[in-house]
Ligand binder design. Structure first.
Ligand code: HEC
Length: 174
């Protein structure tokens, strides 16, 4: 008896895993860099993305995002975007958060007070160490979420583009 119903049960149990595998494939494809402008890479929709160059060299923004993440986000979201008991793993969150959403969440924060749990994502709209580097953070977390880079500090990085220096100077002093 149980042999006859098993295949159906198995199909139901496996279905979500299969779906999320194809979703993961989608996200990885969407994150492909198709163009670049002054050292920043963009996907087909024109959103910032990462690029792994020859010899495993990561683009500047991926590396910069790694550093910024570990300065300002890691205390709550865990090392390498892996999550903690307090805040969700961003390597998963980023699978369903687009660029515009990401900018809004990080600038404004989220207050979710309910069911006895009070967890707060602070807004960073007035913190230049974060908002001057929102693209860097997005690019780094996107790379992590689609498996583009492993855990840890990227060992090889591209030189810092002039455009990144200009943006930094203008943003930090503005
Ligand atoms: C003080 C702790 C704390 C810090 C620091 C922090 N976060 Fe959060 N963050 C949270 C919590 C808690 C949540 C979940 C909030 C909720 O869902 O109610 C969250 C949620 C998020 C989300 C939405 C995740 C989802 O699944 O919806 C994003 C994106 C995010 N944080 C990015 C960042 C980035 C980028 C930084 C660093 C610039 C950062 N956070 C720093 C606590 C923090």
């Amino acid at each position: 008896m149980s042999l006859r119903i098993w295949p159906l049960t198995a199909a139901l149990v496996l279905a979500p895993a299969v779906l999320s595998a194809s979703q993961a494939q989608d996200n990885a494809e969407k994150a492909q860099a198709v163009s670049d402008q002054n050292g920043m890479y963009f996907d087909a929709e024109g959103n910032p993305t990462f690029k792994i160059l020859d010899g495993g060299v990561v683009d500047w923004y991926t590396f910069s995002g790694y550093r910024r993440y570990h300065a300002d986000c890691h205390v709550c979201h865990g090392p390498d975007g892996m999550g903690s008991t307090y805040a969700p793993p961003l390597i998963d969150s980023m699978k369903s958060i687009d660029y515009a959403n990401f900018l809004a969440i990080v600038a404004e924060g989220i207050q979710d007070v309910g069911a006895g749990k009070e967890s707060v994502m602070p807004g960073f709209g007035d913190n230049k160490n974060v908002y001057c580097y929102l693209d860097d953070l997005y690019i780094y977390l996107r790379a992590r979420s689609v498996g583009g880079i492993p855990r840890g500090r990227p060992p090889k990085k591209a030189d810092k583009p002039e455009a990144a220096k200009d943006h930094e100077d203008a943003c930090m002093s503005g």
